[in-house]
Design a protein around this ligand. Structure first.
Ligand SMILES: *Cc1c(COP(=O)(O)O)cnc(C)c1O
Length: 440
């Protein structure tokens, strides 16, 4: 397992993260446990700032909160001077409860409810990233009703889709998100926005995919976006202040992954923007980015206790842990790959290839197929690295399994930022009706 950030093996042969022994963390907080290297999250935020400052462009970085959000995470993001993307009133509520400055919150999503729009307007958030014609109409109507002016970006689909090292051109973009450029819908949306007296169009937004390793997809998308903006300038006399190119910067889950560094991504993105603006004589817009995974992914490690093993000679050895698809659904959902190590015997030599199973009643509840480990025993601690993004945020209560606690570690100090759910939490919304009596 690759040791990210402030992880190392201590003199006892135990995995240590942020100066804290994972063996002690397991004793203190139990397992499964999400452990975040707080300093690594901070340094990722700083990497974005530093790389962008170098470019001389005006910029904003918004953390995509869907990757991982809780009150302390929102506070960390605020301290690091990032903005925040939310896609639901639940994420908005969490951010507001954390005291996150509302003007630095951007609201995304392809089906914001009227209630959500109202709540976001009540909170006076910074801007809406408008996704479709229905939302444009509703937002204008509500804003007019309230007598307020609302800043918006329009999410457009440039017909470029990127995943890991490949990107594809998808002629007529078949996506539930955004206004399509090719068919002219994006153009129409801009015209409507400019005609909507209560909407202030700051610019356009595009998000082309996730876990992107190479900048070609961004480069291609930006060329299309800049040509689109230039056409708007000529046809509608509209000049965008902001170009938001989304997130999706890849991280290293396993040794197969070789992501480009944040600095290099930003270099490529900003050079193509500058070059296009020069060619088109277009004023350089402010650049907005929206990283999620690349801020928190590598900082998270999940710690499990090993229980049962099942050996099928010459077929496979299954090693079961006390969590699974309830705390990390990505392997089951996307076939995502992870690496693991024994946290309590980190120096032991790998001796066999086993498969790590979760405890849920689903054959698909497998965390890792073919993982090299020492010969494991029950009660060994298994650490799975790189679980910081879309782990806790996608956690669920299948089989009525309680969601694990989340702990931040830094300089040898650990603190719980989300408590482990209790059994009471599991039934807190259940109504109990008892024959011949009122509700208990
Ligand atoms: C999910 C998402 C992001 C963040 O993606 P990552 O792969 O986590 O960086 C950014 N912008 C939008 C619109 C998204 O939907």
């Amino acid at each position: 397992m690759y040791l990210h950030g402030n992880s190392r093996v201590d003199h006892n042969g135990h995995l240590e993260i942020g100066g804290c022994s994972t063996v002690q963390l397991a004793e203190q907080y139990g397992t499964p446990l999400y452990i975040y290297d707080e300093v690594l999250i901070e340094s990722k935020c700083r990497e974005f700032h530093e790389a962008l400052k170098e470019t001389g462009l005006k910029y904003q970085v918004a953390y995509a909160s869907k990757a991982f959000l809780c009150i302390e995470q929102a506070r960390l993001i605020e301290r690091e001077g990032l903005c925040l993307d939310v896609v639901s009133s639940g994420e908005l509520y969490t951010a507001l409860q954390a005291g996150f400055p509302p003007e630095k919150i951007h609201f995304h999503g392809n089906n914001k409810s009227i209630e959500e729009i109202e709540e976001a307007l009540d909170a006076k958030i910074g801007c809406f990233v408008v996704d479709n014609f229905f939302e444009l109409e509703v937002l204008q109507a509500i804003a007019e009703d309230r007598g307020v002016y609302v800043s918006i970006l329009l999410r457009v689909t440039p017909g470029v889709e990127a995943h890991t090292h490949e990107y594809v051109m998808t002629g007529q973009e078949d996506s539930k998100f955004g206004f399509d450029i090719t068919s002219g819908q994006a153009n129409e949306a801009v015209a409507i926005s400019l005609d909507s007296p209560n909407l202030k169009l700051l610019g356009i937004h595009s998000h082309i995919g996730s876990q992107i390793f190479e900048p070609d997809g961004f480069v291609h998308a930006i060329k299309i976006l800049m040509n689109f903006l230039n056409a708007l300038k000529n046809e509608l006399d509209y000049t965008a202040e902001i170009l938001n190119v989304g997130g999706g910067f890849g991280i290293r889950y396993t040794s197969e992954d070789e992501p480009l560094s944040i600095v290099k991504h930003i270099d490529q993105i900003t050079s193509i923007i500058k070059q296009q603006c020069e060619e088109l004589s277009y004023p350089v817009p402010e650049l907005w980015l929206e990283p999620g995974r690349s801020i928190v992914g590598e900082a998270g490690t999940t710690l499990y206790t090993i229980g049962a093993t099942k050996n099928l000679p010459s077929v496979r050895k299954y090693v079961s842990v006390d969590g699974g698809m309830t705390d990390n659904i990505r392997p089951a959902l996307y076939g995502s790959k992870y690496e693991a190590m024994l946290a309590n015997r980190a120096n032991d030599e790998n001796k066999e290839v086993v498969s790590i199973a979760g405890k849920c009643c689903e054959s698909g509840d497998m965390l890792i197929w073919d993982c090299e480990l020492p010969v494991v025993e029950s009660n060994d601690l298994l650490a799975v690295s790189c679980t910081g993004a879309y782990g806790y945020s996608m956690a669920n209560n299948y089989n009525r399994i309680r969601r694990p606690a989340v702990v931040f570690v830094k300089d040898g100090v650990s603190r719980v930022v989300v408590q482990r759910e209790t059994y009471k939490d599991l039934i807190k919304n259940d109504m109990i009706y008892i024959e011949n009596s009122s509700i208990r």
